[in-house]
Design a protein around this ligand. Structure first.
Ligand code: ZN
Length: 282
């Protein structure tokens, strides 16, 4: 979640996996997602745009206003059960189509609620909420008493918007801050300056991974039916849409012949093109 952009290189530099190698001309591509156990997204290639039954907008996959799947066959999209309830607080100016946090609602609909900042709930027990935000004083989950909180809150917006929201006079200011551990072995290690520069869905994903190494006041039914302990990929599908959109744009880029490179604008979790040699960072 930062303003700057960094390169995903076309040479494989910055990628860590060995699978999914493809090449076109002298360019090699390794999917940074090959290290995850993400369900096949092939079905998404077959889904046509359709009218959202609730708001009648023409959308593909899901309506980012009504936060529901649209025209997706039953069972086509993974549905996850989370160990903790999650509220997403969205900056009004963050364009819905670029919000990766909305993926969490679509993929774990029972456990995630989305609010605009203006309509943020009037939380009664603010001190029992964890705000996933990398600020001074934020602790890692392993340093927080698991009995001391009931719910996770994330802010969705550009880094600037999120920073402003986190400092404003609102309940966000009084929530306990949690941050994720640096994930240096993972694919963005060459692409990110720090672990706090993640798309919102990535940060949520890593928080969820952290929950498996420590019991954190989970839903009773969840703890009964899942084994807590070493991470066994149970949350990898939180990156399902993210991976799909990422690779779709990668593919488009690889098929281009005009030599333009592309960058991941991780503030919004999507990728955009930049002229070659602009903002080279390695
Ligand atoms: Zn709709």
């Amino acid at each position: 979640m930062a303003e700057e952009q960094q390169h995903i290189t076309s040479s494989g530099k910055g990628s860590t996996g060995d699978n999914n190698n493809e090449s076109k001309g002298n360019k090699k591509y390794t999917s940074p997602f090959s290290q995850f156990n993400i369900s096949s997204t092939d079905v998404l290639d077959t889904i046509e745009k359709a009218r959202c039954p609730d708001c009648n907008r023409n959308v593909r996959y899901f309506c980012n206003r009504c936060l529901k799947l649209v025209n997706c066959p039953e069972g086509a999209v993974p549905q996850l059960k989370l160990p903790i309830k999650l509220d997403v607080i969205k900056h009004e100016q963050e364009r819905d189509g670029k919000s990766t946090a909305l993926h969490a609602k679509i993929l774990a609909s029972d456990d995630v609620e989305v609010y605009s900042w203006k309509d943020m709930p009037k939380y009664e027990n603010v001190d029992r909420l964890l705000l996933l935000f990398p600020s001074p004083g934020a602790k890692q989950l392993s340093e927080i008493d698991p009995e001391s909180f009931d719910k996770l809150v994330v802010i969705d917006g550009t880094w600037e918007q999120a920073n402003k929201m986190s400092k404003s006079d609102s309940p966000l200011l009084r929530m306990k801050r949690v941050t994720i551990a640096p994930h240096e072995t993972l694919f963005w290690r060459h692409q990110r300056k720090a672990s706090d520069h993640l798309a919102t869905i990535e940060a949520i994903y890593f928080f969820l991974r952290d929950t498996t190494t420590k019991v954190i006041t989970p839903h009773k039914e969840w703890i009964d039916s899942h084994q807590l302990g070493p991470y066994t990929n149970q949350f990898d599908d939180m990156l399902w849409f993210y991976k799909y959109f990422y690779e779709l744009i990668q593919k488009t880029y690889r098929e281009r012949t005009d030599g333009r490179e592309f960058t991941l604008k991780h503030t919004k979790g999507y990728i955009q093109y930049d002229p070659v040699d602009e903002r080279k960072q390695q």
